[in-house]
Design a protein around this ligand. Structure first.
Ligand SMILES: [Zn+2]
Length: 250
């Protein structure tokens, strides 16, 4: 038996614990960097439609193409959310990349974020006022102003922190950005998901498991992982995959 097989069994066991307790764990999926309809986007949309998994699709407003909106118009399970403005790095070389960092005047950055929300709202049949900062980073000083621009939530990566608007973070990133730039080892990803389920089982106030994907750079291993994850978490109400509206409390 390979370790990967036993790790999927651990996930099945974790889901069974929830089921035995008459409870259902909550998952959500955020996929980043959409600008145009592509074959990988079709694959994501098809896979998630088949499994009944809602998608929060982080669209880069400045580069979003009309064809993307047209492609998604008939896909009620996909909701466009706001991925910064143009996904441009303004941090100096040697610093972590940031579009929404402290490198420019706050008024400039907030102006872009207001414009980004408007553009996504106008272009897409289904959108939600959720800000997904590029590279999952935003200057903390900007966050109190987001509600005034119309944002109802903020989504970065990692454990929740106190925030003046609803924070809906992703918690599990399937890609190996610093190594192969393909999918991470499946067993390692599954172990993180199981840890999230166990933590949520012990403490129901814990946020849901938020899975982060990037359809444009998925290798076959990434697609296989998602196929397998949905296969094990969706049937018979094993888990509940929720959309952005549920996360924002609508
Ligand atoms: Zn991005």
């Amino acid at each position: 038996m390979t370790p990967a097989v036993s790790s999927w069994q651990n996930l099945a066991a974790a889901l069974e614990r929830w089921r035995d307790a008459g409870r259902q764990p909550v998952f959500w999926l955020r996929d980043d960097d959409a600008v145009a309809p592509t074959a990988p986007l079709d694959r994501l949309v098809g896979l998630t439609a088949r499994r009944g998994v809602p998608v929060a699709l982080a669209v880069i407003p400045a580069h979003a193409e009309r064809d993307l909106a047209r492609r998604l118009a008939m896909q009620p399970h996909v909701t466009a959310v706001v991925h910064g403005w143009s996904h441009q790095n303004h941090a100096p070389a040697g610093e972590k990349k940031q579009e929404l960092g402290p490198h420019r005047p706050a008024a400039t950055v907030l102006g872009e974020l207001a414009q980004g929300l408007k553009r996504i709202r106008v272009m897409f049949a289904r959108s939600a006022p959720l800000l997904v900062p590029p590279w999952n980073r935003i200057d903390a000083a900007l966050i109190p102003a987001l509600a005034g621009l119309g944002y109802r939530g903020l989504s970065t990566f990692g454990p929740p922190k106190p925030a003046p608007l609803r924070l809906v973070n992703t918690t599990v990133d399937i890609m190996d950005w610093h190594g192969t730039r393909g999918c991470r080892d499946h067993a390692a990803i599954v172990a993180e998901i199981v840890a999230g389920l166990d933590a949520g089982f012990a403490d129901p106030s814990r946020p849901p498991v938020g899975v982060l994907t990037h359809h444009l750079v998925h290798d076959e291993s990434a697609w296989d992982f998602l196929e397998r994850l949905f296969e094990i978490t969706t049937p018979d109400g094993a888990g509940r995959w929720v959309g952005v509206d549920a996360l924002l409390g609508d």
